[in-house]
Design a binder for this molecule. Structure first.
Ligand code: SF4
Length: 407
């Protein structure tokens, strides 16, 4: 007999990272981080789509140099999930990431230490209504706190570091915050999060830092994160593995599903955010698709993409998807174009193919497709759109100019 556990969750405030709710009773979200150079726009976007297909709800990218901020200006408008910019030592990179339009910042209090800089970033975030994660890390604890606690990283030191940062934020009346107190020691991070949970209502981001490669890294992360979740602590999670980040996203998702905290029985619909290249009203088509799939028990990931220029490639991790181009819908399965339909038939074709895959499997569905013809048509529409729209449809160059002026 299967016993369904239920964990009473700690009450926290709700914040929004882009359109994704964190805390306040919302679904626990999975995060991961790209390993590409953020300046490599296409490579980073590809990884973001792969992570999304693997179950990530929010993705973090490093913003460690001006070129990274400029990359973010081009990545954010095309990312299917909200983007968090990871800021290291330079507070100016935080300001540049905000210019680029990121949905959240991650600040490490051990690395950006000048109160005036911290207040400047918090104040700018407040004006732009962008939340911050205070990301305390045992490996880079503020040296004053390290000394204060006897040259040791202790749970109290991690918690005090978070509180100090919160106090700086309070000086500029900023509280749109989530917090992490990660350590590579599982007992240490568990205790730090327990203490923090008693002291604050801010949502908590759980993780075991530098957990290492699988299987040990998976075990450490699962024990640390799982123990806290079972106590009702935690609003968003990240596995930090020395491995392909797709493994992190998958592991996070599987942990939540195993604990009965997330489920995927039906279609998991992902849609691109729609940018200057969109050929259709992505929101409307995504909504129509949601309605058409309704309660159908088809546990596939389905993508609705605004353009054939980037859609099939970006969403190649999805099981099936549709991308608009030149008044036609291009259907793709695992990134391979399989059919071209009229724009008004996009949703019905999507449902039909999803049912076919669910009933007969991927191979049978692909065997029915004329892939060569579908790819030729997709390429034709792609070339045509690029010629019509030009290369800078998202006006990323304007944002890049702003970032360069500030730098
Ligand atoms: S319209 Fe195209 S380029 Fe823009 S976000 Fe959607 S798929 Fe990506």
């Amino acid at each position: 007999m299967e016993v369904q556990a239920s964990f009473e969750r700690r009450q926290t405030r709700r914040i929004y990272v882009g359109n994704v709710a964190v805390g306040g009773g919302s679904a626990i979200t999975v995060q991961s981080m790209t390993t590409t150079r953020t300046a490599d726009v296409e490579g980073t976007l590809q990884q973001i789509y792969d992570l999304t297909a693997a179950g990530a709800d929010i993705v973090r990218c490093t913003c460690n140099e001006l070129e990274a901020a400029e990359g973010l200006a081009q990545i954010v408008p095309r990312s299917p999930v909200p983007i968090v910019a990871d800021i290291h030592h330079q507070y100016r990179m935080a300001l540049a990431a905000l210019d680029a339009g990121v949905h959240c910042l991650r600040l490490n209090p051990g690395n950006i230490r000048k109160p005036a800089h911290i207040r400047a970033v918090a104040s700018e975030c407040k004006d732009r209504q962008v939340p911050i994660r205070i990301g305390v890390n045992g490996g880079s604890l503020h040296p004053d706190l390290y000394r204060k606690y006897g040259d040791k990283v202790t749970p109290e030191a991690l918690v005090e570091s978070a509180q100090m940062e919160l106090n700086y934020f309070a000086e500029v009346d900023f509280s749109d915050v989530k917090i992490s107190v990660k350590a590579s020691s599982v007992p240490l991070m568990i205790e730090a999060y327990r203490q923090l949970a008693d002291l604050t209502e801010h949502p908590l981001h759980l993780g075991v830092t530098e957990a290492g490669p699988p299987p040990a890294g998976l075990i450490k992360s699962t024990v640390g994160i799982g123990t806290l979740l079972a106590e009702g602590i935690g609003d968003t999670i990240r596995y930090s593995l020395t491995a392909d980040p797709v493994q992190e996203a998958k592991a996070g998702r599987q942990l939540l599903e195993a604990m009965g905290l997330r489920e995927r029985k039906n279609v998991d619909l992902v849609a691109c955010p729609s940018c200057g290249r969109a050929e259709i009203d992505v929101y409307e088509v995504a909504e129509q698709a949601m309605e058409a799939f309704g309660d159908k028990e088809i546990p596939l990931q389905v993508a609705v993409m605004g353009c054939v220029v980037n859609g099939p490639g970006e969403a190649r991790g999805a099981d099936i998807g549709i991308a608009a181009g030149n008044k036609r819908g291009h259907l793709f399965v695992k990134g391979r174009n399989v059919a071209v339909v009229e724009e008004q038939d996009m949703v019905s074709a999507l449902v039909e193919w999803a049912e076919l895959i669910h009933e007969q499997g991927f191979e049978a569905a692909l065997a029915k497709a004329d892939i060569v013809a579908a790819e030729r048509e997709a390429e034709r529409d792609r070339v045509r759109l690029l010629a019509d729209q030009g290369s800078d449809v998202n006006m990323a160059q304007q944002k890049i100019a702003l970032i360069r002026n500030r730098g």
